[in-house]
Write a protein that binds this ligand. Structure first.
Ligand code: ADP
Ligand code: MG
Length: 358
């Protein structure tokens, strides 16, 4: 069902995106793939469909749960890995961890120690690679919403990842909604970073075009044998834009409400409150600049140049703001995908973000 609001897993529920799937298929032949697109563009759906379609041993780590945390500990990551190993690996493959220092078994499940005798991430990756060699299979680890990893305290994940990149049969997919933050975390272009200069495949997941959005809705309604007027579909796409998640949610609401206006209003309301919540998560750890970030979003809601917004912010605060500082604030909003820069103009990433700040 196209209007199922959960991430799609079944290839036949995934609309369009043949190109993106093809690129991902190519990418997982190599150590590292980045899958980037704004929130609800369909990244999780793409990787889940790929997991169904492509042979390999897949480990899926959902990091979205850390969205509202100010930081993540080593324990959090190790436990996520432990969970994915326990769900994905059959019993006989988990045995490779038997006897390794810092690993215990409860029943058939591995338990990683994160205390004093803790297991190192590189060791876990080593063992996974050993499985891959033995089985003649590839092991693919997905870090879904990998920008959250930048909050990891006390350990640098990039070293074990670089080690795996160079020596092991492990492949990584890093997905991210906050695209600039993913680059910030991986530091691929920073000469002093462990991952500097490594080759990778980048797959972008853009919103649907207007025509594709309309086609998505038509096909979704067809599945329910419901005929919706073209005029209403147009209205939905004009109001919601091309983000698959919002279109899906509109369809889902329509099936229940059987009424265009009601379904659309409900979708917009939900979208705005979710966007606000996500913005509040962004503000966590940035307490000192909260009001400034809010003002900047409000000023840019219709799109404008760097200078215009700076002047507006200064007018509001009644003080001059340092150019560098202003650029930094602005860049953080771009990195978190609340704003995008097109030519000289900064504007909200999509129409619903624009609405959320109106
Ligand atoms: P992301 O991981 O990028 O935030 P999801 O994969 O969770 O996005 O998708 C958001 C919503 O949109 C889900 O309900 C999903 O089912 C739907 N969706 C996204 N892309 C597609 C697609 N290509 N075809 C059908 N439904 C999609
Ligand atoms: Mg996702």
């Amino acid at each position: 069902m196209l209007f199922n609001p959960k991430p799609k897993e079944d290839p036949k529920d995934l609309f369009d995106r043949e190109k993106e799937i093809e690129k991902l298929r190519f990418g997982i032949n190599y150590p590292m793939t980045l899958l980037l697109g704004i929130r609800r563009s369909g990244k999780s759906s793409l990787v889940k469909v790929l997991m169904k379609e492509e042979k390999g041993i897949w480990l899926y780590l959902d990091l979205r749960k850390f969205e509202s945390s100010a930081y993540i500990s080593y324990k959090d990551i190790i436990q996520e890995l432990e969970k994915s190993i326990n769900t994905s690996l059959p019993e006989r493959l988990k045995k490779v961890f038997a006897g390794v220092k810092g690993v215990n078994f409860v029943g058939v499940n591995v338990i990683f120690n994160w205390g004093k005798e803790r297991i190192k991430l590189a060791q876990i990756l080593d063992k996974l690679s050993e499985i891959a060699e033995k089985e003649g299979e590839r092991i693919i680890i997905i870090f879904d919403e990998s920008q959250e990893l930048r909050k990891l305290k006390g350990v640098n994940l990039l070293y074990p990842i670089a080690y795996a990149f160079d020596n092991l049969k492990v492949r990584f997919i890093f997905t991210g909604s906050e695209i600039g933050m993913v680059y910030d975390f991986l530091k691929l272009d920073k000469p002093d970073s462990p991952l500097y200069g490594r080759a990778y495949t980048e797959v972008n997941v853009p919103p649907f075009s207007k025509e594709t959005s309309l086609e998505f809705l038509r096909k979704g309604f067809e599945e329910f044998k419901i005929k919706v007027e073209e005029r209403e579909l147009e209205d939905a796409v004009n109001t919601l834009g091309g983000i698959p998640g919002w279109l899906t949610y509109y369809g889902f609401n329509y099936i229940q409400e059987k009424d265009h206006e009601k379904a659309l209003n409900k979708t917009v309301e939900t979208a705005i409150s979710l966007i606000k919540k996500e913005f509040n998560n962004f503000l966590k750890g940035r307490e000192g600049a909260k009001e400034r970030y809010k003002t900047i979003m409000t000023v840019y809601k219709n799109g404008c140049k760097w200078k215009e917004a700076k002047i507006a912010l200064e007018a509001k605060e009644g003080v001059r703001i340092d150019d560098k500082r202003f650029t930094q604030l602005l860049n953080n909003l771009v990195k978190a995908s609340f704003l995008i820069k097109e030519g000289e103009i900064y504007k909200p990433t999509d129409v619903l973000i624009e609405k959320a700040f109106s």
